[in-house]
Design a protein around this ligand. Sequence first.
Ligand SMILES: [Zn+2]
Ligand SMILES: [Zn+2]
Length: 118
Amino acid sequence: MVLALVPVAEWMALQKALFRAGVTLAQDRAAILEAVNSFLEQLARQLAAPEDIGASAPTLEAEGTMSVAECAVCLDDTCEVIFVPCGHMCCCIKCAELVGQCPLCRADINQKVRVIQP
Ligand SMILES: [Zn+2]
Ligand SMILES: [Zn+2]
């Protein structure tokens, strides 16, 4: 059984926010919510894992593939924009404004939805 990590209240708020942002296709919203959910899942796993922050052993970054929230374009800022319809969350707000196609899968971007971290 799969449990959504986002509380229902936030989930509904997110749905409404997406609708207001012009993402009116249920299919598009589903793709975005899926992307957000997997992102939050990764985030939760990261937060749950390490307790060695005070141990001065910064091995966390080396063992992961890459930082979850790193912009794929500038590799500098954190990701905060989800592209519709592909659902990738891979750009910071600055780079997202510049691209017309998803930098990961090269899908045309119809909407750019900013995600606010809780
Ligand atoms: Zn960027
Ligand atoms: Zn994409």
